[in-house]
Structures are given as C-alpha cells and as structure tokens.
Design a protein around this ligand. Structure first.
Ligand code: SF4
Length: 415
C-alpha cells in the first residue's frame, strides 16, 4: 500500500474538523442559493420521489451550469414528476426536452435507469451510495454520494469538480488532481469531513463554496467561511514555506505536493491549486451537411431531417443529412462526396453543381472540434427516400426547432 500522505494534507485534528463543519454550514444556511431541486428535496416527504428529484438535478448539472439547468429541470419535473412517469415517456420526448442541454446520452441513460427502477426494483430507489452506484446505470460515485447524502441522510462524501478544487486548496494538494491516486485521497478527505448530522447540506455547502466563493480564477478568499482552515490561503499570506521544516512539512517525494519541476508560483497565490496534467487537444473533424429544402403543401418551405444512430455522439438526435469528411479535401471534392451520398440515399441523380455552399459552422464538443461545411439544395417535386436508411421526415422551420435537434444543428440552421 502507498505510504500515507504527510499530516499537512490530512484533516487529522477532530477539533478542526468540527470547527470547519460548523463554519461552513453556518455560511450555507445564510448564503445558499434558492434552487428548485433544493426546495423539492427539502419538501418532498416521499423518499422515492425525493431521490428521483435529486437524481434528475445531479444528472442535468453534470458539465452544465446551474443557470442553464433551472428551466430544463422545472420543465422536466412538471412533465415527469415521478420515476413511473419518466419510465413511460418515449425516448423522442426525452430527447426533445433535453435538446440544447448538451451531452445528450445523459437524458437517455436517465430514462433507461428509471425504467429499470420501475421494472426491476418495484419503483423503489436504492437508499445507499453503494447500492445506487451498483444498481443504476449512469450513476457514478459522485452522483451516488450526492443522492444518498441529500435524499437519504447517508454520511458519505460527494466529490465533484468544485469539491476537488476546494479540497486541493484547503490542503495544498498540487499533484495531478485528475489522477486516480489523488482522487482517492480527496474522497478519503471528503468522507472524513462530511457532517454526520447534516451530510446532504454539508456536501451541497462544499459544492456551493466551490461554485460561488472558491471559484477557479479569482477566488474570494477574504469572504471565505473556511479561510482559517485553508493551507493555500495561509501559504499565500505568509509567502514561502518557512526555511526550517516543521513536522507538517512534506518530504521531497510527497505524492500530493506539486511536482518538484513546478514549484509554488507566488504570482498565482491560492490558484496554484489544483493542478491538472495538460489535456489532450480536441480532435478536429469536418462534416458536410446539406439543408434540403422543398415547398410544402401550403407553399411554406420544408426541410429534411434524419435521425442519427441510437449510439455514439448525439445518439438518436435529428440533423440535416450529413457526411463525415476526410481532412484536407478540396471544396469541389467535398461537394462531390456529399452529392454522391445524397444520390444514393434519394435514388435519383444529384449534381454537385446544384449544391450551393452556404458557409462553415464550428461547434466545439468536449473532445471534438467539429466544422460543419454547410450546403443547401432546393428540390422540385416529391422525393422518395430509401426507407432502409435512417428514419427521416420533412419539417417546417418551427417544427425543426421543436424537434430533438442538437445545438450544433441549430447553429447550422441559422447559418
Ligand atoms: Fe478557497 Fe480561498 Fe477559501 Fe481557501 S480561503 S478555501 S482558497 S476561497
């Protein structure tokens, strides 16, 4: 087993742990934001409904800002207030409501898991973090800890990105905070710190502190309710570590200190922590997209959309007919490939010269830098599409916006 980290990275003084809990919870009671899922979790007497309400919020909040989530959450809970209601919804309805929130597989997985709870667990939500993680697809360690502590009062930590930042600063953890070994240590800390009487509030308070005070770039240390417990703050106030090491100082190969090659940078202050290994740059992709237009029966323009495969990026969402392209093709060649693709699909000749270039639209997914090369094509008369290929339908512009289409396709539509 790896050696335990030196004392400065731990919360080993019970009196300090008590004081930190007290200060943080008092601040939370005074300053917490009113959020619809907090109101629901506090007021809902039914344990399964309460767990479901917190679960939906946690899944929506993964990689999405609170301000964006609020309206989606309210709509979702009005439409599907219980697990049973969600289990009966169609994937199409779920995708439509989720459209614009990003990371679309989250909605689909949430619905699959709700169906599992209804059909295999008799509609009863698992009550502990361990069971939640084991039994619910798409529920990882963090989400399980959040649901169990907030809905069921289990004294377990919940470590998300905000909590990682706060803990790394509180205890000067400068080793790569995305490495499994460091993440495990942060979970140990969170499990030690969590308040035994108010675990859900404590976890939310730690996250709230990270979201509103201990923010990534310019943390508001002067207003921080736990600054007296913060090693990074102390280090900033007193400058360099003292020349004579004391018992709390780390040895040179401490697994939680910054690497020796990247020592403390006094110009960064507390934002020396956390540190992450450099991310891989996103992969560049080019995709040709065709806005196919025809006159509908009332003379209004209609556009063709097709459904993406049920797995992979943007699974099950609708888009204008699209074709991934090799990098570095000439524009004429890109047009030709798109024309051939449309021709095979419509079963009638499509001349590349008929495709009108509209422009390029860039959309950044978390790991992909996507360039859509947008063309348009006006069709006369009716078109029969090969039903063996992807499902497709003609929609008006309003119907397009109400459909389960990605933000990227909405950008293409506005091009
Ligand atoms: Fe974060 Fe500053 Fe508070 Fe430390 S004192 S926890 S760095 S806001």
């Amino acid at each position: 087993a790896p050696a335990p980290p030196p004392g400065r990275h731990l919360f080993s003084d019970p009196a300090e742990v008590e004081a930190l809990r007290r200060n943080l919870l008092a601040w939370y009671d005074r300053c917490k934001r009113d959020l619809p899922w907090r109101t629901l979790a506090a007021a809902e007497p039914d344990a399964d409904r309460r767990g479901y309400a917190v679960w939906v919020s946690e899944i929506m909040l993964q990689q999405t800002q609170v301000a964006t989530v609020i309206d989606y959450y309210t709509c979702w809970m009005q439409k599907w207030p219980t697990l049973q209601a969600l289990a009966q919804a169609s994937l199409e309805e779920v995708n439509e409501l989720w459209a614009g929130l990003g990371y679309y597989s989250r909605g689909k997985r949430l619905q699959e898991a709700a169906r599992k709870v209804v059909s295999e667990l008799a509609g009863r939500m698992p009550r502990t973090a361990e069971e939640l993680q084991k039994l619910l697809p798409g529920v990882g360690r963090y989400t399980a800890g959040a649901i169990a502590s907030i809905s069921y009062g289990q004294a377990t930590g919940a470590v998300d990105g905000n909590v990682i930042r706060v803990l790394c600063r509180l205890r000067c953890v400068g080793a790569d905070s995305s490495s499994p070994a460091v993440i495990d240590r942060l979970w140990d800390m969170a499990n030690v710190l969590v308040d035994r009487n108010r675990p859900g509030d404590f976890n939310q308070a730690l996250m709230e502190l990270g979201a509103t005070v201990c923010v990534p770039k310019s943390p508001l240390c002067g207003e921080c309710p736990v600054k007296q417990h913060c090693q990074a703050w102390r280090r900033k106030l007193f400058g360099k570590a003292p020349p004579v090491p004391d018992v709390e100082d780390c040895v040179w190969d401490c697994p939680l200190c910054p690497p020796a090659t990247e020592p403390w940078d006094s110009s960064l202050g507390v934002t020396n922590f956390p540190r992450k290994a450099a991310k891989k740059p996103p992969r560049a992709m080019r995709t040709a997209t065709c806005v196919l237009e025809r006159r509908g029966c009332h003379g209004a323009p209609e556009y063709l959309i097709v459904q993406r495969p049920s797995s992979g990026l943007l699974a099950g969402l609708w888009e204008f007919p699209s074709l991934p392209l090799a990098q570095d093709l000439q524009e004429e060649k890109e047009k030709k490939e798109l024309a051939d693709h449309l021709q095979a699909w419509m079963g009638r000749p499509v001349a590349a010269t008929g495709l009108q270039f509209i422009g390029e639209v860039i959309h950044i997914f978390s790991h992909i830098h996507q360039t859509y090369v947008v063309f348009s094509l006006h069709l006369d008369g009716d078109v029969t599409l090969d039903p063996a290929l992807s499902p497709s339908r003609w929609v008006t512009e309003d119907e397009f916006h109400a459909s389960a289409v990605s933000t990227a396709m909405k950008k293409v539509c506005g091009a």
